[in-house]
Every structure is written in structure tokens, then in C-alpha cells.
Design a protein around this ligand. Structure first.
Ligand SMILES: [Zn+2]
Length: 311
């Protein structure tokens, strides 16, 4: 990936008021208070855990800082709520800042960066057109680092003196498509572009040709950490090759405990409380979610590959 990064940097980008690029995958070791270390790509479960620690992000209106969901809707963590445990991460960000400096034509200036916020955009979250307030003296730019997560859509549009630059985070291979037009205009961009295209094609070919086997039975190889009677029962059900559904007709606290355990271990299973009789019943039904997700991903990879082959 280091090589890929170099290729990207050798391609001249138009525009001097904003710049974008891809950094090679470096795990930041993001550690959030009361949640722990966050893995990437972000899972839905961890996203929900993070949201529990977040507040709704405000924005500057004149001298004031206000929260208004019509203008901005996104979750936010303050810098004192998280840290990056990987010492390499800051080196990485410094590298980005140095590159951006060149692109902004500030090669001879000394610039530094400051951590501001960690944001989490849920479905339909947004920030309408605004001008970033100067958070510190002499601040001249905002650096946005988008961490990997499974998502659709997402766009950042930067306006400057009548010009507009659009960054799409959710479209299929947007980077390559953008680069393609440069490569056509600028002959020196062609060899690195072709190298990159080749690299992506090989990666997608590998991903597209993986063999995904349908599970032969209903057993799930998950080891529950809790050893209480309910969890032992759940453990037996998980290991069972035949059983697809299991009912827990137990009191609220015990259902809640099972709910927490299931959420933590995330087996392929739905768990729904049936509000009939007393106590209610927690109905656990095994699914083929992981298998289906793998199939879906392979389908996406295949269509991306087709797209690349047609470019
Ligand atoms: Zn338990």
C-alpha cells in the first residue's frame, strides 16, 4: 500500500483550495472512553456503542454555538473522550499535513495540526452549507479523515470563490473514475494511473473469486464469556447443529442479561421478546446473516470488477 500511496501523490490534482487523497491503511488504535478499542471497518454494534457516549454536534452561528437538527445532525465526541493508541498514527497524519501543505502552495511555511473532534454520521445525518469557524488563531483549513466503515452514499462539497469540488465517499470506485479523466488530459499521469488500475483489478479479482460455502448446519462457533445458567443454555443452543429456534421464558432482568450477551457476541441470530403470558418470552432465531453478507460483498466486488474492466 505504501507504493499505492506514492502513486497517488505523483498525480497532480487540480484545485488549490482543497485537496484529497487516500492514506494507506494504518490502524489508529482509536480508544473511546467507556467503549474500548474500536476496530475498522466499523461494525454496526460498535457504532451503536460509540453513539451512547456521544452528544449531538453543535455549530457556530455568529458568536454563538448552537444545536439545531435542521442545520446539522451528527454525533460527536470531544477530544478528551478518545485517544489514538497507535504511535504511528500521528506520524501518518503528519505525512498527510505535509502533502497537503505542498498542494496548497505552502511549501515554505510551517504549519501544524490540532485534533478537534471525532464525528459519527448515522443514516440521513448531514451538515448543511456552512463556513467552518476559526477554532484557533491562524487556522486556515479543516482536515477530514474518513475512517473505513460499511456505508452507502456520503458527499462533501467544498465551495470557494464560485468554484466547487465534490468528494463522494459512497460511490463505486470514485477515485479511479476521477483519476481517469486526469490521466486522459495529462499524459504523465497515465503510467501511475494504469498501475493503480491494475492493482485494484487484481485485488477485486481475488475478492470476486473466493468460494463461499453455505453453512452445512445451524451450529455457531461462538464461546460465551458468561457462565450463568441462562448463558449455558444459550451456549448449548448456539452449538446445536439442528436447533434453529430457542425460547427463553424468563423474567425481565434475565431477558435483559441475555439481550446484552447476544449483542456483545453478535451471533447470527435475531432475539425478539414476545409479549404474551407472564413472564414474556425471548425468542432466539438463528439466521444466515454472515453467509448472506459474504455473498452480497462478493456480488459488490464482482460488479466493481466489471466496472473497472469496462473503464
Ligand atoms: Zn449469563
Amino acid at each position: 500500500m505504501e507504493e499505492l500511496l506514492e502513486i497517488l501523490y505523483t498525480i497532480e490534482r487540480p484545485g488549490d483550495f482543497c485537496a484529497s487523497g487516500t492514506i494507506d491503511p494504518c490502524f489508529p488504535g482509536l480508544d473511546i472512553e467507556n467503549v474500548g478499542t474500536i476496530g475498522f471497518p466499523l461494525t454496526e454494534y460498535q457504532a451503536k456503542e460509540i453513539i451512547r457516549q456521544c452528544s449531538k454536534a453543535p455549530f457556530g452561528r455568529g458568536e454563538q454555538t448552537v444545536v439545531d437538527s435542521k442545520v446539522r445532525s451528527t454525533w460527536m465526541l470531544e477530544p478528551n473522550q478518545f485517544l489514538f493508541k497507535n504511535p504511528q498514527w500521528d506520524r501518518h497524519v503528519k505525512g498527510v499535513v505535509e502533502t497537503v501543505k505542498e498542494q496548497f502552495g505552502l511549501s515554505n511555511s510551517t504549519i501544524s495540526h490540532e485534533l478537534y473532534k471525532c464525528l459519527l454520521y448515522e443514516k440521513d445525518d448531514f451538515f448543511s452549507i456552512h463556513r467552518d469557524t476559526e477554532k484557533t488563531e491562524n487556522m486556515f483549513a479543516t482536515l477530514v479523515i474518513v475512517m473505513p466503515s460499511e456505508h452507502k452514499g456520503g458527499e462533501l462539497i467544498v465551495y470557494h470563490e464560485g468554484e466547487e469540488k465534490k468528494f463522494s465517499f459512497g460511490k463505486k470506485s470514485p477515485l479511479l473514475k476521477n483519476l481517469q479523466s486526469w490521466a486522459k488530459e495529462k499524459s504523465s499521469a497515465k503510467p501511475p494511473y494504469e498501475k493503480l488500475l491494475k492493482y485494484c483489478t487484481v485485488e477485486l479479482q481475488n475478492a470476486s473469486s473466493v468460494i463461499i460455502e453455505e453453512p452445512k448446519d445451524w451450529a455457531q462457533n461462538i464461546k460465551l464469556t458468561c457462565k450463568c445458567a441462562d448463558c449455558r443454555e444459550l451456549q448449548v443452543f448456539l452449538k446445536d447443529t439442528e436447533a434453529k429456534v430457542h425460547n427463553f421464558r424468563v423474567k425481565k432482568e434475565r431477558r435483559q442479561h441475555l439481550h446484552n450477551i447476544i449483542s456483545r457476541h453478535a451471533p447470527d441470530m435475531t432475539h425478539i421478546t414476545t409479549r404474551k403470558g407472564s413472564p414474556y418470552t425471548l425468542v432466539c432465531t438463528k439466521t444466515r446473516d454472515t453467509y448472506r453478507k459474504k455473498l452480497k460483498q462478493r456480488e459488490i466486488d464482482r460488479s466493481l470488477l466489471e466496472e473497472l474492466n469496462n473503464m
